[in-house]
Design a protein around this ligand. Structure first.
Ligand SMILES: Cc1cc2nc3c(=O)[nH]c(=O)nc-3n(C[C@H](O)[C@H](O)[C@H](O)COP(=O)(O)O)c2cc1C
Length: 241
């Protein structure tokens, strides 16, 4: 019989012992559980009381994730597709969310930037394990005007500007020494010139067609509430887990 989500198997030695030099991936996987009550508190979620539009619920859940001590709730998976339609995914920072969409920033000539030029459509995935919550956002993506992207970059840290100035994102790197040299001069320039322009750095906005909220449940009666954009607002539907 399958064991409960939270129950370790008492008959197995702990494969997570730090002195193990021969990690067994499958043994480790079997030893792990999601939503361990020591770190996760699954809140009740009543979809009937959810707001009429997804931004309000996202904002509430985001604030609750921060309050619950969720590590890095503002990081998200960004999924794109290349010109052939093949999928790709990576982690980026959420820069904002408002009536015009969810925003993130990157280089227009990076792999994802090129994919977004070829297919201006993306999906975002947030996972907040402290509350067993997931949010998925899908829709068309547009690039914000250049000055908005530059202003967003210059409002961030020196490190963010130095990283953007380093550039050549996703190109093949010859050596770590080359990276160290380029990054060193990028840091110097970022400190000297906090408004240094980075023409490839682009702020993108994803205007959702769909936003799905998933609330995990210990009995696996997970609640999924999907918002779909309609001609005059948003429709809501529950989904089987
Ligand atoms: C926590 C975290 C946050 C990141 N945030 C960004 C970001 O906001 N923008 C960005 O271009 N890359 C960010 N990256 C790096 C991307 O994951 C990725 O390595 C890089 O953008 C190249 O992706 P690409 O080759 O698909 O274009 C982040 C990585 C991590 C682990």
């Amino acid at each position: 019989m399958e064991r409960d989500l939270h129950e370790p198997d008492p008959h197995r030695p702990d494969p997570r012992r730090p002195d193990r030099h021969d990690p067994d991936l499958h043994e480790l996987l079997r030893s792990l559980r999601v939503w361990d009550p020591a770190v996760t508190e699954l809140p009740d979620f009543d979809p009937a009381a959810a707001p009429a539009e997804p931004l309000a619920l996202f904002t509430a859940w985001f604030a609750q994730a921060v309050a619950a001590g969720q590590v890095e709730p503002h990081t998200m998976s960004l999924a794109t597709a290349d010109a052939e339609g093949l999928p790709d995914v990576r982690t980026v920072m959420l820069h904002g969310a408002d009536a015009s969409g969810w925003s993130f920033a990157t280089h227009v000539d990076s792999r994802k930037g090129r994919q977004l030029t070829a297919r201006p459509y993306a999906a975002l995935g947030f996972y907040w394990p402290t509350q067993g919550r997931q949010v998925r956002v899908r829709g068309p993506v547009t690039a914000a005007p250049a000055q908005e992207g530059q202003a967003d970059l210059h409002a961030r840290s020196t490190g963010a500007l130095a990283a953007a100035l380093t550039g050549r994102q996703s190109q093949v790197l010859g050596s770590l020494e080359e990276l160290a040299r380029t990054s060193e001069s990028a840091w110097e320039r970022a400190q000297r010139e906090p408004d240094a322009p980075v023409p490839t750095w682009t702020l993108y906005q994803l205007r959702p067609d769909e936003v799905e909220f998933f609330q995990g449940d210990a009995r696996r009666r997970h609640v999924r509430l999907n918002y779909r954009r309609t001609a005059d607002g948003w429709g809501k539907e529950l989904l089987w887990p």
